[in-house]
Design a protein around this ligand. Structure first.
Ligand code: G2I
Length: 456
């Protein structure tokens, strides 16, 4: 189905081009359902744009002290549409003295990301590691209270700015026991994790709340099963949890498992989103990166992938060269493999049960700028639309969605919004004449309406 719009063009004095950003994620994709249809979208040219065309984000861990490195920010701004502060939101960074909160570095990252339309993952509110000295020395109910206060204060500070929080990080032990990791937090009582989730929900009801861990990638491992059982229990008892983060640090001692897709789909089947939160792979083999991306694309509720750093030199494991860009910023073969996978096909499954309803197809009276909307990929909870503009290279297109629909991601343009959040004004940003966006249906499958196309 095609929907067009033409309008008179009133030339504007200045071209409204914006720099490198190709995509804006406006809120976390609240994926639900399990239907993934074959992709009909055009090939994207950056990780973020290509992921958004698949209804997902592609993010990177970012360090505040590198935001002054223009080689670093050039890649960040061009390629990624989600950001996770690598260390700046951790407990030792945000509450170095008890009751004294410091958000300067975290705020810098959040502001850098959000001003460019990238979404932010918060990492992390409660963790046995990176605790400030005062917390390391605490125990019992005093520690429990301090932990809950920390969760509340930090989640409140970032309320509305962080789309997903790693509420609790790495709370399970390695090995074959499936037990909780021993820590001062664990010793406050087994219910410390759910208490942290409840506090986070109360502080920021709009954020997706994730449990995040490593060595939970292999479906057969005791640790994976233990986390799975906890999430199932939380869902059964109504503990607020929305997502599971698989860190996915792969190396020779902890390789990418052949059953990774089973792990992703099994967690998703519990009714939570799955996110790959800290991906890096020793020596960055292209095949393994491709497999990880295809596994995520095959699971509708796998809503995004974050790599743990940008260039190899930015990695916590720099000696393993595990990332998508060389230390000098060049794209590696793994980058090409990831981009191609994002642009390629996915596992087709069943067709949608509710076809999108069609909006008016009669375009308003014309001028030389024409915007034509086509339906793109559709999932169980969301769908993509692609708009082709002809007659102008600098253009402004206004598109409206129908409440309670929400646009959750865009690509190849710079969006802005009216106060209702339902009307999106998309401006060309040098990425060509085709832009796209993902709409969360929220039960309404009306196709978005192109309202106007203006050349400038
Ligand atoms: O260890 C890899 C990751 C495992 N999952 C949780 C993540 O939060 C963790 O990230 C790493 C950061 O990449 C490192 O950058 O966490 C480490 C420990 O928090 C971070 O290392 C710390 C060093 O321990 C500090 O000495 C250093 O000052 O990085 C700090 C900043 O460079």
């Amino acid at each position: 189905m095609i929907d067009s719009c033409q309008r008179d063009n009133r030339p504007k004095s200045t071209a409204r081009r914006r720099a490198a950003l190709a995509l804006a994620a406006v809120g976390l994709l609240a994926a639900g359902g399990a239907v993934v249809l074959p992709v009909a979208a055009s090939a994207g040219t950056t990780l973020g744009a290509s992921a958004a065309e698949r209804g997902r984000y592609f993010g990177a861990a970012v360090a505040a002290n590198k935001l002054s490195d223009s080689a670093y920010t050039t890649i960040l701004n061009r390629e990624f549409n989600s950001v996770t502060p690598e260390n700046e939101m951790k407990i030792d960074a945000t509450e170095p003295q008890q009751g004294q909160f410091t958000f300067t570095n975290a705020d810098r990252i959040v502001s850098h990301a959000r001003s460019r339309g990238m979404s932010v993952r918060g990492h992390t509110l409660a963790w046995h590691s990176q605790q400030p000295g005062w917390m390391q020395n605490m125990s019992g109910s005093a520690l429990r209270q301090a932990m809950l206060n920390h969760v509340t204060q930090v989640a409140t500070h970032f309320r509305g700015q962080v789309v997903a929080w790693d509420v609790v990080n790495e709370a399970f032990a390695d090995g074959s026991t499936g037990a909780r990791r021993d820590s001062n937090l664990q010793r406050t009582g087994n219910d410390w994790i759910e208490a942290a989730f409840r506090a986070a929900r109360a502080a920021d009801p709009g954020a997706k709340l994730c449990y995040n861990d490593y060595n939970t990638d292999d479906w057969t491992h005791a640790k994976t099963q233990a986390v799975y059982n906890m999430v199932r229990d939380f869902k059964q008892r109504g503990v607020p949890i929305d997502c599971v983060g698989l860190q996915s640090h792969f190396n020779s001692g902890s390789p990418y498992p052949a059953n990774y897709r089973t792990t992703l789909s099994s967690f998703a089947a519990l009714g939570v989103d799955v996110q790959i939160t800290e991906l890096d792979i020793q020596n960055a083999p292209a095949d393994t990166y491709r497999n990880v991306v295809n596994d995520c694309l095959a699971v509708s509720r796998c809503t995004g992938i974050t790599v743990w750093g940008i260039r190899d030199s930015d990695s916590w494991r720099a000696d393993q060269n595990p990332l998508l860009f060389t230390s000098s910023g060049a794209k590696k073969p793994a980058y090409d493999a990831v981009l191609a996978a994002l642009n390629g096909g996915t596992t087709p499954t069943t067709p949608p049960t509710t076809p999108p309803t069609t909006g008016p197809t009669t375009p308003p009276p014309g001028g030389s700028c024409t915007a034509t909307l086509r339906d793109g990929t559709r999932w169980g909870d969301r769908f993509n639309s692609e708009v082709t503009v002809s007659g102008a290279s600098n253009w402004t297109v206004v598109v409206a969605v129908t409440p309670p629909q929400k646009v959750s991601a865009t690509w190849n343009g710079t969006p802005s919004w009216d106060s209702s959040g339902n009307v999106m004004t998309m401006r060309s940003n040098g990425s060509g004449n085709v832009f796209g966006f993902t709409t969360m249906a929220n039960g309404n499958w009306t196709r978005p309406q192109v309202r106007s196309c203006t050349a400038s």
